[in-house]
Write a protein that binds this ligand. Structure first.
Ligand SMILES: *Cc1c(COP(=O)(O)O)cnc(C)c1O
Length: 438
């Protein structure tokens, strides 16, 4: 295990001033929460906003509210590769999962596969639903902006012909990011953001729900009102965890929490037993001046992203091609095709503490605790991506020296020119698609 400066793969600064603002917010209580709620409504120009204890809790509340409106429907469609919090929230809401494979070139749904998934969910295409239940089962489909890269939420909406199926936009990693002149999070019927550590900005933990749909908002309001607040012990824990986070996530200290196994820093955990609460005054207080902080973090990340866009890459390593507009990545994804190279980079990064990291350890269908909840189908592209994606850090705690260290690691692999290595120009995927992953 490394001792010494260690760069986290994702991070968001929290200052002593932020913590003090949190304590002031704690004293002001609900008034502070209401202030924060209004600020979000204004920033996003959205009709309704709800504040809860995490992104997971936001998704679970949304799904429970949707289900209360459509009691006959119990299935939620999600991409087979991504954050384990998504299936955790679906199961927490008492619903069943339907997975769809992803397109490794976009990190979004594989839209050809999606057609088949939707047909199957609607009971078309031969196979009837198990149990012979009447009526369609699909309640919602989740569109995920993975690493901040905009997913095609509009296309998902179009492919789902049934207007009763809600499109939920998971913008947990994309708060404040825009695509085609519009902020992410507002394209679906309802969207949510995470204020957890390592997201666009943080209140230690927290979740934000936004929607313009009055009918959905009514159902969510009832659910949120029924949630408990943070009790005194939970609040104490939150304040201590947040203060520890503010210090320990700095690169000069990050090796310390990494040494303490029970903190599980950086681990991706599937756990439907997470707490669900209303946001506290402490978190709302921590949020003071958030649009300014978010703006500053975003421009710092953009500078770093611009640097990674020009980084010469070795053969077998490709980036996601830059489109017409810059992407507000929270972590900068690289696709590394030969598994041996993927392992080599990861090993060197861990030894050097430079924050180049794998993302999710496996596809959702291969989470052991979910085996019984799924139908045993395989999702080959999702499974492969877990062993192909590495991310470069772009967070505001990176120094120029850190960036140089990362550049040197990538360059040491034997660089070719940046132009020849965009994901589109590598005569792509299909030839490599048959390759198994050990
Ligand atoms: C972090 C994250 C979540 C969950 O947010 P928490 O606040 O950590 O519960 C959900 N979806 C995605 C894509 C995320 O990155």
């Amino acid at each position: 295990m490394r001792i010494g400066r260690t760069i986290p793969p994702a991070s968001t600064p929290l200052s002593l001033q932020d913590i003090l603002n949190g304590c002031r917010g704690l004293a002001r209580g609900e008034r502070e929460v209401e202030r924060f709620r209004r600020e979000i409504q204004e920033y996003f120009a959205v009709r309704h906003c709800f504040l809860v204890s995490s992104g997971k809790a936001a998704l679970a509340v949304i799904l429970q509210a949707l289900q209360a409106r459509r009691p006959g429907r119990r299935e939620v469609l999600i991409p087979a590769f991504g954050c384990y919090s998504i299936p955790s929230a679906v199961r927490r809401a008492g619903l069943s999962l339907r997975l769809c494979d992803v397109d490794p070139r976009t990190l979004d749904y594989d839209f050809d596969e999606l057609r088949r998934c939707l047909d199957a969910a609607a009971g078309r295409g031969g196979r009837r639903r198990a149990g012979g239940a009447a009526g369609p089962a699909l309640l919602a489909a989740v569109s995920v902006h993975l690493f901040g890269k905009p997913a095609d939420t509009v296309r998902l909406r179009e492919l789902i012909a049934d207007p009763e199926v809600a499109v939920v936009e998971d913008a947990a990693q994309a708060m404040g990011a825009e695509s085609r002149g519009r902020r992410l999070g507002l394209r679906g019927d309802v969207g949510f953001f995470s204020l957890g550590r390592g997201k666009a900005w943080t209140t230690g933990e927290g979740g934000v729900i936004v929607t313009d749909r009055d009918d959905i908002a009514d159902a969510i309001r009832r659910r949120v009102a029924a949630l408990p607040g943070y009790g005194p012990m939970a609040l104490l824990g939150l304040v201590l965890r947040t203060a520890a986070l503010a210090g320990l996530q700095r690169p000069s200290f990050f090796w310390i929490p990494r040494l303490i196994p029970f903190l599980r820093v950086g681990d991706t955990i599937y756990d439907p037993g997470f707490p669900m609460r209303r946001l506290s005054g402490f978190q709302a207080g921590l949020a003071r001046r958030w649009p300014q902080r978010l703006g500053a973090f975003r421009s710092r990340r953009r500078r770093c992203i611009a640097r990674w866009e020009k980084l010469p890459l070795a053969a077998g390593v490709s980036r996601y091609p830059a489109g017409a507009e810059p992407v507000d990545y929270l972590r900068y994804p690289l696709r590394v095709r030969p598994p041996a190279l993927w392992e080599k980079i990861l090993e060197r990064s861990l030894a050097g503490g430079v924050g180049v990291m794998l993302t999710y350890p496996d596809s959702i269908d291969r989470i052991p605790d979910l085996r019984d909840a799924l139908d045993g189908r395989e999702y080959p592209a999702a499974r492969r991506l877990a062993r192909e994606i590495l991310t470069l850090p772009v967070h505001p705690l990176l120094t120029d020296k850190d960036c140089e260290k990362i550049s040197r690691l990538i360059a040491s692999l034997g660089a070719t020119s940046p132009e020849s290595r965009d994901a589109t120009s590598v005569s792509d995927g299909l030839t490599g698609l048959g390759r198994g992953v050990s």
